[in-house]
Design a protein around this ligand. Sequence first.
Ligand SMILES: [Zn+2]
Length: 171
Amino acid sequence: MIRRILTYPDPELKKKSAPVTIINEKLRELVQDMAETMYDAPGVGLAAPQIGVHQRVIVIDISPKDEKPELIVAINPEIVHSEGECYEEEGCLSVPRYGANVRRHAFVVVKAVNLEGEEVTWKAEGLLAIAFQHEIDHLDGILFVDHLSPLKKEIFRKKYRQTAEQARVPA
Ligand SMILES: [Zn+2]
């Protein structure tokens, strides 16, 4: 089922998510809904709090549109090692029509549990490394715009309020 994606400045996006303690049918359903919602949007990642569920679950798929999907499901994901720096433009399904460059680690090692309850490790770089950092941030109530400098964030707030209002005006 496709769920509604919460958008900035919804306070639900600022809440910290709780670790998953049990992998059951309800969790499998949540992951299924998250994947459907992400592919429908379309986006390269989605975290559970973006659909109002405050559990530490993320889905990511960075495979090119014309290739077969490669869904990553990470439950209780944790960055256990990070290296280097990059500065790429990011966007977010919860902050529509806005992009900005964000400083991130260029390489991360992520540990998580999959839907079978097995421990999984990813060594990620490039877009995948950025996606992991972006989605794990969501679990701690952090949006990519929170990484902007205070001045840039102020400009974002003003500009974003205007575009949000314009988007509401019927054509
Ligand atoms: Zn996001």
